[in-house]
Design a protein around this ligand. Structure first.
Ligand code: NAI
Length: 209
């Protein structure tokens, strides 16, 4: 099957496979059957087989999966075999929290800069990185090969900032602002709404009451 035919539902499960495989690697486990993986991940073995079959399977009858090679293949499919360079736009609570979280770098997501429109924040250091003015954004994106912009600004500003990012030929936007962004087809947007996850939790609490 061509990779373009893979559903987003399958793609959205791949990071979870990767996390479990990373844990298995850390435990020194070299191979695992789909049944064992299924027990650990609380998904059916057939779901695992179906998901991984989209990419050619990787498993062998009677052997299971080689943890290291499956990990590397999934990482490659997810584009994690090379680094991504990011800028954060909005150096408030959320922007600072993301910059302070060290584990993104482990997966190859490297924060290169943080920007804000508030002059009072310019020059302030977060993890040794100075907050820069928005006027420097465009040149910075071109000069530093930035492919992902992280939007941690209020929704009122997000649309105008997105227009600037499109002019800068940004490849992707990790959008935390609570607004849907209109972008050209070649710009990828991933919206993150933590409150959606909380609302799902609330639904499940209500259902089980
Ligand atoms: P904050 O008020 O601490 O920080 C926002 C920062 O954006 C400020 O430093 C402000 O100067 C800057 N800013 C505003 N307009 C700008 C512009 N045009 N260009 C550059 N910088 C600009 O807010 P916080 O708590 O960091 O949240 C940021 C945004 O993310 C809020 O709109 C909030 O609603 C949203 N949010 C989204 C979450 C999600 O799960 N999607 C979770 C938490 C917050």
């Amino acid at each position: 099957m061509e990779e373009k035919d893979i559903s987003q539902a399958v793609v959205s499960r791949l990071p979870r496979y990767l996390r479990y495989l990373a844990d298995l690697k850390d435990e020194g486990i070299e191979r695992i059957s789909s049944q064992e993986l299924s027990k650990r991940m609380h998904v059916t073995a057939s779901q695992i087989r179906q998901d991984l079959n989209h990419f050619g399977g990787f498993g062998q009858q009677g052997y299971g999966y080689n943890v290291e090679s499956l990990y590397l293949e999934i990482a490659k499919i997810l584009g994690l075999d090379h680094q991504h360079y990011l800028v954060i736009i909005g150096a408030g609570n959320l922007g600072q929290a993301l910059l302070n979280y060290m584990n993104f770098a482990r997966r190859g997501f490297i924060f290169k800069g943080i920007f804000d429109s508030n002059p009072q924040l310019h020059g302030m250091k977060i993890r040794d990185m100075e907050v820069k003015p928005m006027e420097e954004l465009k040149d910075f994106i071109c000069e530093n090969n930035i492919d992902i912009a992280v939007l941690t600004i209020p929704k009122a500003s997000a649309v105008a900032v997105t227009e600037q990012l499109i002019e800068c030929k940004i490849k992707a936007i990790w959008n935390f602002a609570h607004v849907d962004l209109a972008v050209p087809e070649d710009v990828q947007v991933e919206n993150v709404h933590l409150s959606d996850s909380l609302m799902k939790l609330s639904y499940n609490i209500r259902r089980n009451r």
